[in-house]
Write a protein that binds this ligand. Structure first.
Ligand SMILES: [Zn+2]
Length: 83
């Protein structure tokens, strides 16, 4: 069972959350980057084996979106983790 640390509610079971996918560093929508570059960054994200920053929605709790770093191989949650 995966336990996810919500900064508002504490450790909660994964079943209380909805997975939002990996965090993506997208180019700013300021007219400086072309649509192809933005589309590539949005649709062709990394799929690493190891630490990955992810978004989770605490749908059965405080209803906040939180960022969690999870090792995709071991499912270990890395506190304060960065990738
Ligand atoms: Zn919460």
């Amino acid at each position: 069972m995966l336990l996810i640390p919500c900064p508002h509610c504490g450790l909660r079971e994964e079943s209380e959350f909805t997975y939002g996918g990996p965090c993506r560093d997208l180019p700013a929508l300021d007219g400086q980057s072309d649509a192809g570059t933005w589309s590539q960054a949005f649709h062709m994200g990394k799929n690493p084996r190891g630490p990955l920053r992810e978004l989770w929605y605490h749908s059965s709790g405080c209803e906040a979106w939180i960022e969690v770093t999870r090792d995709t191989a071991s499912h270990e949650i890395i506190p304060g983790g960065q990738t």
